[in-house]
Design a protein around this ligand. Sequence first.
Ligand code: CO
Length: 436
Amino acid sequence: MSARQPVQNLLDFIDASPSPWHVVKTIEALLATQTPAWQRLDETAKWTLQPGGRYYVVRDDSSIILFIVGQKPLAETGFKIIGAHTDSPGLRIKPNAASSADGLMRLGVEIYGGPILATFTDRDLSLAGRIAYKNDQDQITGMLVKFDQPLLRLPNLAIHMNRTVNEEGLKLQKQTELPLILSASAEEQLPQAYFSALLHQQTGIAATRILSWDLAVYDTQKGVFWGAESEFYANSQLDNLASCHAALQALLDNADLRPDSTRVCALFDHEEIGSQSNKGADGSFLPDVLGRIALATATDGEDYARALAKSFMISSDMAHAYQPNFPNAYDPGHKVIVNKGPVIKINANHNYSSESVSAAMFVDWCEQAGVPYQKYSHRCDMPCGSTIGPITSAKLGIRSIDVGNPMWAMHSIRESAGVLDHDYMIRVMKRFFAAP
Ligand code: CO
């Protein structure tokens, strides 16, 4: 299956990226292998941009915007933007996380976004994220950290003590029943000191110099293909690293080395908690970068407004594939099926940014790319999720659409999707970037 290689690349991308901070690091490593070269821009420095130049900006280690400067003036072409998010829902380690009792040490966690908590039980969990420490020059510095081995676990209660689990579902009390078991060998030590020593071992930074951290719990199990003909794949974080990866592949395509229009790929942290932060889609990151591209290409205020009026954004986030065991969870006229193509998400209340014109434009790009597409509308009697699409298009005043590939088990620690759809999405995104 020729669609298999892009999915293998996606699985490798996810396995190398167990936290949003690692996502950005993985992307930087990928950019370093590319020709023509990509140049990192610093937000505190002055920018000099060349037509055809390839640049990226990172804000606080976990949001990244990449762009290729077009040959034509911005006012003539507008920006062509694809947006997605780098974060996934899950568990995060609290500041004073470690506690010890009955010969067992545990780490307390906070819930980040809306994970399906029951899926975190009995998995080979570990930790990834970043620490902030004081270096030898007394400067505060960040460093990524990742434990490779399974370090943590949330063992289920045996059915003998939870007889109704199959009738009532697994319910976990969020404060008392989520702490993760870390060790049985820590009785004589203070638990915080024990955990600090672990961080020291992993990073080489003295425990007294580690002043703070952002640590996510991740699943060490690697991605797989599954199904009788390997037509499906599974991994953690498909929402929304599958969209990030598709957008990147479309942007890195070298078929058109010096495009007319400026192509932008904006990958934000903090979507799962509402996007309101300095690096989220509801923050200033994208408007700042677009404004600075305009300044650095000598685009005046009116021409910048003209450019925005000409711009288009595809907001890509995963969609809910039909699961035949639960037919009543879906609107009967809007069952979207894995391996049947990208999904256009439509919501009259604008939880999705799609409008008839933007949807029609996307349909047109699908048809030009030879890619099938589907349309999704949520059941009226269930609350609908949202994405970065409405937020970003409202902030910038640009036309936008919400799309995404169909997947099962959104916000489970192990999500799955169809192999064909990833290649389809990359193809239609390439078509969008190449559109006049
Ligand atoms: Co998402």
